[in-house]
Design a protein around this ligand. Structure first.
Ligand SMILES: [Cu+2]
Length: 543
């Protein structure tokens, strides 16, 4: 017995000795940025926007010393990483108080995973003002994804207005940045095309939802950057024809989703949110805020290929290049038409609840949001196609079903979860290791990328239970219902929020609490599956 204990102790020492400590020093400071032409104050990490890419190997001990050179508190959150709550870096959660001006906070945690992730501030509007960068973690074992070149491609949206100013403007009027909103003229045009009853009905419905039919985005005026560079500054990933190039795409934008394509190249998606998936060949994909995708491309010609990420409101492109030599530029694609939201983007259940006699049989139930404008024959990545490369160990049936209702009031620019804006005392309480189904019901006409800290959820996308894709951020399309499974195996108080910066700041955030194993917390008795109609195929039901 004693010798077994000793052997165990020695092997523990050996594994500790093998783990390498990777230390980084990051200083957060204000800089004058001239990206938009005129100098405006922005927030940088070690003087740059984005900050330095942090690299680790699975099994490393991460030591990251963050010094705050701002005049306000700051924080750094490691997006998608599995770690102890205190190290997650969200002020007000798990005893983390933020980093006061002049202070240094040392983050220290073991690296338990591999893949593409990123980090950003979780204080005030600092993330939108520039505090973001990539994280790359190599697997301990040889990487199943082999490539000749490996680039982080981080997309961000850059505004002349500070985050504080944008937030104040939206509070004044949610339409402050809406230059392309629907007008009365549009309504009369619809009336001619659709008949009076139908057009008025849809205008009335939109009015009651306090949403505008063109709510693809609520902030405009952005310049879109690739690794901090404008289109003119031309970020370039070099290749030799025939090489396999791995692109680690990170959407670090505050308020922008994109349709991403590289005309002339197929993209093979090999990882989503850092987790390997069965390789999938696509022409383009829709990219939600805070998501990451790893793709492999194999350019064979001796020419520049344009990496084009078009904002879904068609305001602009983030443009980069893959090229055999520096200074080459591919063609910039023309903009696709801006989609207009339709009846199918409204939550039918809410409408039926409000007006059970409403006849919806003659209405157009298609979704404007889903219309990418891609030419016919284009293969667009569908969430339903994502399949985990490795099987999950935990495939238990969930014993509880919890609704997470996303709501909003555009008149007051308030965004809610389960009818409430963020309050520290609210939240969802789970027992340790409980298996639950979270049912996301989007009652608004905007898509919300919902992010859970500290754990991955498994997206119920129709794949077999063991192969559901892991996600840290899930786009919930307008008016639709999406369900995910969660094994609550990371104790802590985890922020759970929309990753559109100004939605989170306007209330669309709550806490998901996972009890400690020793707490003895017992979850409420398993509920009957009364919400069955709400999950799985819920969003196909009306098509
Ligand atoms: Cu949102």
């Amino acid at each position: 017995m004693k010798s077994m204990l000793l052997a165990g102790f020695l092997s523990l020492c050996a594994s500790v000795a093998l783990a390498e400590t990777r230390t980084y020093d990051l200083t957060i400071s204000q800089v004058q940025s001239t990206i938009g032409g005129k100098a405006v104050p922005k927030i940088a990490v070690n003087g740059s926007i984005p900050g330095p890419v942090l690299r680790f190997t699975e099994g490393d001990e991460a030591v990251i010393r963050v010094t705050n050179a701002l005049k306000e508190p700051t924080s750094v959150h490691w997006h998608g990483l599995l770690l102890p709550g205190l190290m997650d870096g969200a002020p007000g959660f798990n005893g983390f108080k933020g980093i006061a001006p002049g202070e240094t906070f040392t983050y220290r945690f073991p690296i338990r995973q591999s893949g593409t992730y990123w980090y950003h501030s979780h204080s005030l509007g600092q993330e939108a003002d520039g505090l973001y960068a990539g994280i790359v973690i190599d697997p301990k074992r040889p990487d199943p994804i082999q490539a000749d070149r490996d680039y982080v491609v981080l997309l961000s949206d850059y505004h002349q207005d500070s985050a504080a100013r944008i937030q104040a403007n939206l509070k004044k009027s949610s339409e402050y940045y809406q230059y392309k909103r629907r007008t009365v003229g549009d309504l009369f045009k619809d009336t001619r095309e659709q008949g009076v009853g139908k057009a008025l009905k849809s205008a009335g419905e939109w009015g009651r939802m306090r949403m505008l039919p063109t709510d693809l985005s609520d902030v405009t005026g952005y310049r879109f950057l690739v690794n901090g560079l404008t289109t003119e500054q031309n970020w370039t990933g070099l290749f030799k024809p025939g090489e396999r190039v791995r692109l680690r795409l990170v959407n670090a934008s505050a308020m922008t989703m994109y349709d991403v394509r590289i005309p002339g190249l197929k993209m093979t998606v090999v990882a989503a949110d850092g987790r390997p998936v069965e390789p999938l060949e696509v022409d383009e994909f829709r990219f939600g805020n805070a998501e990451t995708y790893d793709v492999i491309v194999t350019p064979t010609e001796d020419r520049a290929y344009t990496l084009a990420a078009e904002s879904i409101d068609r305001e602009g492109f983030a443009i980069g290049n893959l090229a055999p030599r520096e200074g080459m530029k591919g063609e910039i694609p023309t903009h696709r038409p801006r989609a207009v939201l339709k009846m199918g983007d409204m939550n039918m259940d809410v409408m039926m609840r409000d007006d059970p006699n409403m006849d919806m049989t003659n209405m157009d139930h298609s979704s404007g949001w889903a219309e990418t404008g891609a030419p016919e024959g284009t293969v667009v990545l569908d969430y339903a196609d994502l399949k985990s490369l490795t099987p999950h160990e935990d495939t238990r049936e969930p014993t509880r079903f919890i609704k997470v209702v996303l709501g909003g009031n555009m008149e007051r620019y308030i965004w809610t979860i389960n009818g409430r804006t963020f309050a520290p005392e609210d939240g969802i309480q789970l027992a340790y290791n409980e298996r639950v189904r979270l049912i996301y019901v989007n009652e608004t006409m905007m898509a919300h990328p919902l992010h859970l800290h500290g754990m991955f959820v498994q997206l119920e996308n129709g794949q077999e239970a063991a192969r559901l894709p892991d996600k840290h951020t899930v786009i919930v399309p307008p008016g639709q219902t999406v369900s995910v499974l969660l094994s609550a195996n990371e104790p802590g108080d985890w922020p759970y929020h929309c990753h559109l910066m100004f939605h989170m700041q306007s209330g669309m955030m709550t806490t998901l609490r996972v009890a400690k194993p020793e707490s003895g917390f017992v979850p409420p008795a398993a509920e009957p599956q009364d919400d069955h109609s709400q999950h799985g195929e819920g969003h196909h039901a009306h098509h």
